[in-house]
Design a protein. Sequence first.
Length: 145
Amino acid sequence: MQVKAAGAPAATIVSMLLESGTLAAHHRRCDALFAAARQAAMAGAATELAARIAALREALLEHFRYEEEHLFPLYEQASGAASTGSLRSQHDDMRGILWLLATASAEDHLARYRADLGELQTIFDAHAADEESRLYPLFERLLVR
Ligand SMILES: [Fe+2]
Ligand SMILES: [Fe+2]
């Protein structure tokens, strides 16, 4: 994620995220990586699939790390009572599936690979929609204070 926010004041981080649409834009980039991986999975192109999954894994892990280190603490601080526990737990669930995909052979277990990829995307889609509906409105309210 291309955000240089470390050490910046909270209001600045919020402004950067909203003005650039960074978080949502990165979700859309992950959507595109999912689509490419799914296409390779449906075509049974094992070598390409492994490469697509590697790109998806790298993007997702970086995204999760950024959110956990910068965005979630800011959200919890700004909202008072709201917790990011469920979002963090979903990150862990997705990390688990990414680990399975990284250790399984797409060539030898294509059906299993497709199923794991589908499960990962289902969790990601709901997770991203939840973040975009819960976190963004709060940040927008912070900016107009
Ligand atoms: Fe997330
Ligand atoms: Fe996210």
